[in-house]
Design a protein around this ligand. Structure first.
Ligand code: GTP
Length: 332
């Protein structure tokens, strides 16, 4: 089975981390989130992945120079300009010559979904497109579906106003498509799969849902990116876990580091207190600094305090300074 994985977005909501690292290359449990995603696709029977690239393609190509991620064979489709989700799927599928049933995944979804089960639902229904659905408390920020008893989707509404959602079941970002879906997408222009293609498949009765209660996180926003990391320490994942400190993390024995991941090459000095945070590769936390519920890629000075903030690779907090509910450098 082949898959297209969407990894060409700008990742604006994770700035400033994505100023230097594209979102799907950011680590979750010390591995790029894209590598964890590809492993999961492989567990579900995917053998070949086309990465739909646009913004910053080089880090992906450098990370997998021999065109493999584990047992999965990788190819790259680099868009000349961002084509949005559907445009990118068509471009990548054509580049790879896909002409059979295939899987599509958003590159920032961390889930325990069994992709083989999604494919089985698709085939049993004779669907043109099948979408993984997850129930959430507040669906208004997502694509929300109304589903019939036979699993067919009657309505697909992208980001409905709160209170008008047809259900609590949302598009969880993994799909199975027949190649006929590609013919619905105009070539070479920006097209949204969620806003344009899905409603047209629904109107023709060809779209089905596969609802599960698997672990699921859209790791594209700061709090959930942090949660996707911390959940690997807490035993909340079925197939995956991580150590708190990566090999090559340099944590002074006189630092207090709790419920936190520390990446390779990061340095935490003596007397610091770090809680509920992700300290990314290359970060430096100065002596006696305090860091809480934050994402740090840059430098935190000695005796500084960071609360619920993000410091990118190009950010430095001076000694004795305080940063709360903010980012360094600032983002607009
Ligand atoms: P934000 O800027 O924070 O909204 O992030 P994003 O740009 O990644 O957008 P979003 O999370 O909505 O995108 C969902 C998935 O589609 C992600 O895996 C993106 O990498 C990918 N994506 C979005 N737009 C494009 C595009 O134009 N081309 C390609 N190849 N992928 C895209």
């Amino acid at each position: 089975m082949r898959a297209v994985v969407l990894v060409g977005g700008f990742g604006t909501r994770l700035r400033p981390l994505t100023n230097t690292v594209p979102k799907p290359m950011l680590p979750v449990g010390h591995r790029p989130m894209i590598a964890r995603l590809i492993d999961r696709l492989a567990r579900g029977g995917v053998t070949d992945v086309v990465l739909a690239l646009g913004f910053k393609p080089e880090p992906f190509i450098e990370a997998f120079p021999d065109g493999r991620c584990g047992d999965v064979s990788l190819t790259y489709a680099v868009e000349p300009e961002p084509l949005d989700t559907a445009g990118a799927i068509r471009f990548a599928a054509e580049a790879a010559g896909i002409d059979d049933t295939f899987v599509v995944a958003n590159g920032d979804v961390m889930t325990d979904l069994d992709v083989a089960g999604l494919v089985a639902t698709h085939r049993a229904a004779g669907a043109e497109a099948t979408v993984h659905l997850i129930g959430v408390d507040d669906p208004s920020a997502f694509g929300v579906v109304e589903i019939a008893d036979d699993g067919s989707i009657r309505q697909f509404v992208e980001k409905p106003a709160r209170g008008t959602e047809p259900s609590n079941l949302i598009n969880a970002g993994t799909y199975v498509f027949e190649p006929s879906v590609l013919a619905r997408i105009p070539s070479g222009v920006r097209v949204s799969i969620e806003r344009e293609t899905f409603p047209s498949i629904v109107a023709d009765g060809g779209m089905f849902g596969h609802s599960t209660d698997d672990y699921w996180i859209d790791a594209g926003v700061p709090d959930l990116y942090r949660a996707a990391n911390l959940d690997l320490l807490g035993g909340r994942r079925v197939h995956e876990s991580a150590e708190a400190f990566a090999p090559g993390a340099d944590v002074d024995p006189a630092a207090t580091v709790t419920n936190t991941l520390v990446g390779a090459g990061a340095r935490i000095e003596a007397g610091t207190t770090v809680v509920d945070s992700v300290i990314l590769p290359g970060a430096h936390i100065g002596a006696r600094a305090q860091v809480e519920s934050s994402l740090i890629m840059g430098r935190v000075g000695a005796d500084a305090t960071v609360i619920e903030s993000i410091i990118g690779a190009d950010g430095t907090l001076d000694d004795d300074d305080h940063l709360a509910y903010s980012t360094l450098p600032e983002v607009d």
